[in-house]
Structure formats: structure tokens, C-alpha cells
Design a protein around this ligand. Structure first.
Ligand code: HEM
Ligand SMILES: *[C@@H]1O[C@H](CO)[C@@H](O)[C@H](O)[C@H]1NC(C)=O
Ligand SMILES: *[C@@H]1O[C@H](CO)[C@@H](O)[C@H](O)[C@H]1NC(C)=O
Length: 318
């Protein structure tokens, strides 16, 4: 069994720890689509068996969705004749696994047509992805609506990997997320892969005084430099986020302690006492990381914004 629900938290406790602005609830589909969670889990499990990078892709898709116009499945929309959508914005490089959402939506529509939003499917799929990768399990509040707008230019509002701590803090605060959420959610970088372009800034012409970022471990930088030389021409060259890119664990924080995280934005968590102590805490305890991650995921995935239940996740209702 590929899925190891390593830790199952008491979702009730977490859920009541803060209030939700919108009408999301744990039992939203109990009457209208009782099998929805099993159907989505099956689609994610199937996708995972085909491609071990599916969990990373689904988790990042959900993050991008929630950070732009709220979790409204805007990230899933394909472009029409006159519209450049989020998918075509610069940070889209590693967005993939859309096929998993397509399969899930198809199966959900067959069981209960017209009642389950694509935004909820993505939120549930992100949770199932974390579970499939060996991470924590939790109950996802549901009842999101799908949006009707997706703009490539909106992706400029996503935090950049070159951001320092105050820039990250601002970006998260705009979505009602605090520094604790930033540190916990950044642990999503336990999964997946990054292209050279996302950490190139640390390896070449870093600043006026340094060619290489002084906060990066020198031998780690030398290894990255082999894969990502200046003016690198190899398409899709890059690095795994950590040595176990398909396993959701707390290695990410241990790497920060060693100066072996990929992005400036990752290492930035180690630049102020308030976030540094959380990095130490999560490096030392997978359980503490899981608990914080679940709490912040529920918070992030409760930023709502849409207005309809889409029939197809790739296009708005006509
Ligand atoms: C804190 C601000 C964040 C920044 C600046 C950031 C930036 C990035 C960048 C640049 C990449 C690599 C893109 C590429 O080169 O292909 C990436 C990948 C990824 N990010 Fe983030 N991210 C942030 C937060 C998050 C959060 C909150 C999550 C989820 C909880 C997340 C999950 C992921 C995952 C799973 C990948 C790997 C995707 C894949 O392999 O397909 N990130 N992120
Ligand atoms: C991602 O964006 C680039 C340009 O920024 C574009 O060429 C590419 O087709 C996009 N990829 C997807 C999957 O939409
Ligand atoms: C972070 O970057 C911004 C924009 O470049 C800059 O104004 C600010 O001083 C930086 N903050 C720190 C703490 O380095």
C-alpha cells in the first residue's frame, strides 16, 4: 500500500482553533455527494502510481490557486482566444498533474453531477497528495466555489524565490497568513523539483560583494553550480528540493540548518529569531512540523473567492 497515513490528527481540535470567514464545512457534501472524498483519493492514488512527482505538483497547484484570487480553481483554467491565463505566467514552469484533476472531476461528475467545485477537488487532492507522499492526514473543510477569471499577470503576485523575509511576510500577510504559517507552509518544499532559474541568483553575481550567496553551504553551491552554470542552456536543468523529493518529511528544515536549501526564500526563514526558532523546532520534530503544517494548510485553503460550480475544471460555465 503506497499510502501511509502516518499521523492522523484530531481534525476537530485543529478546525476549531480559528474561525473561517466563509461557509466552509467538514460535512458540506455529506448529502449531495457522500463518496466525493473516496473518488478523489482514488484519482490521486492512481496518478501517484503512474508518476511519483504527482504529489508535489498537486500541492504546488493548490498553493498557487489559493494565493491568486483565493482557492477558486483559477489556476486550472485553460486559455481561450483572448485570454492569457495563470497557467501561461512565468512561475508556471513546474505546474503539472492537471490530468489527475481532470480524472477526479470526471469521476465526481459521474457520481454527483454539478455539485462539487473544482476548487474543492484541488484542495482535497492536495491533502491526498501529502498523505500519498507519507505526510500527515487531516479533514478538509469544503464548500469552495470556482472563479471565472484567470490572468497570467496575476502570477506576479506570487512570492518569488528571491524574496527576503520581510517580502515573504508581506506576501503572506496579504492573504491573512502570518510568519508561523510561512515557516510551516514552506515545508511543502520537502517535495518536488526546481529549475535552475529559481535559485540561479544565489550562484552567480549574488550581490556587489559576493559572487555566491554567503549563506549557502560552499560544497552544496559547488554541486548546484555543476548542474546550473552561469548562462546555463540545458532546458529543464535543476535540482530536487531535497534528497527525498517524493517523501513528505521534515528534511527541509534540517537542510536550512546546514545552508543546503535551494531558494533565498527558504534560507530567509533563518534570518530572524522569530522564524529561526521554528526552523529549529521543525528540524527537531517531525510531529511538531506536521501539526503546524496541517493547521496552516487549513488556513491557506480556506481563503475563498469563487462564485460557481464549474462543469469542466478547465473552463468557466457558459
Ligand atoms: C514561501 C514562498 C514560496 C516561494 C517563493 C516558492 C517558490 C517556489 C519555486 C520557485 C518553485 C520551483 C519552480 C521551478 O523552478 O520549477 C517551487 C516549487 C514547489 N513549491 Fe513553492 N514556493 C513557496 C511556497 C510554497 C508553499 C506554501 C507550498 C505548499 C504548501 C509550496 C510547494 C511547492 C512544491 C511542492 C514545489 C515542487 C513542485 C514540483 O516539483 O512540481 N511552495 N516553489
Ligand atoms: C509556462 O509559461 C511559459 C512562458 O512563461 C510558456 O511558454 C509555457 O507554455 C507555459 N507552460 C504551461 C504548461 O502553460
Ligand atoms: C528586503 O528586500 C526589500 C526589497 O528589495 C528591501 O527594501 C528590504 O530592505 C529588504 N529587507 C531586509 C531585511 O533585507
Amino acid at each position: 500500500m503506497a499510502i501511509s497515513a502516518a499521523v492522523v490528527f484530531s481534525s476537530i481540535l485543529i478546525f476549531s482553533a480559528f474561525s473561517l470567514g466563509n461557509a466552509l464545512s467538514l460535512n458540506h457534501y455529506v448529502k449531495a455527494c457522500p463518496e466525493v472524498e473516496n473518488i478523489i483519493k482514488n484519482a490521486v492514488t492512481e496518478g501517484f502510481h503512474k508518476d511519483k512527482t504527482v504529489p508535489a505538483a498537486l500541492l504546488r497547484l493548490h498553493f498557487h490557486d489559493c494565493f491568486i484570487r483565493g482557492c477558486d480553481a483559477s489556476v486550472l483554467l485553460d486559455k481561450d482566444e483572448n485570454n492569457k491565463v495563470e497557467k501561461s505566467g512565468p512561475p508556471n514552469l513546474s505546474l503539472h498533474a492537471f490530468f489527475v484533476i481532470d480524472n477526479a472531476k470526471k469521476a465526481v461528475e459521474a457520481a454527483c453531477p454539478g455539485v462539487v467545485s473544482c476548487a474543492d477537488i484541488l484542495a482535497l487532492a492536495a491533502r491526498d497528495a501529502v498523505v500519498a507522499a507519507g505526510g500527515p492526514n487531516w479533514d478538509v473543510p469544503k464548500g469552495r466555489k470556482d472563479g471565472r477569471t484567470s490572468l497570467a499577470s496575476d502570477t506576479l503576485q506570487l512570492p518569488a524565490p528571491t524574496f527576503n523575509l520581510s517580502q515573504l511576510q508581506q506576501s503572506f500577510a496579504r492573504r491573512g497568513l502570518n510568519l508561523g504559517d510561512l515557516v510551516a507552509l514552506s515545508g511543502g518544499h520537502s517535495l518536488g523539483f526546481s529549475h535552475c532559474s529559481s535559485f540561479q541568483n544565489r550562484l552567480h553575481n549574488f550581490d556587489a560583494a559576493h559572487n555566491i550567496d554567503p549563506s549557502i553551504n560552499p560544497s552544496f553551491a559547488a554541486n548546484l553550480n555543476k548542474v546550473c552554470p552561469a548562462h546555463n542552456k540545458v532546458k529543464n536543468a535543476g535540482s530536487n528540493m531535497d534528497p527525498s523529493p517524493t517523501l513528505f518529511d521534515n528534511t527541509y528544515y534540517k537542510l536550512i540548518l546546514q545552508g543546503k536549501s535551494l531558494f533565498s526564500s527558504d534560507q530567509a526563514l533563518f534570518t530572524a529569531p522569530s522564524t529561526k526558532h521554528l526552523v529549529y523546532k521543525y528540524a527537531g520534530s517531525k510531529e511538531a512540523f506536521y501539526k503546524a503544517f496541517v493547521k496552516s494548510m487549513i488556513k491557506m485553503s480556506s481563503i475563498t473567492g469563487g462564485q460557481e460550480i464549474r462543469k469542466h475544471c478547465r473552463k468557466v460555465n457558459s
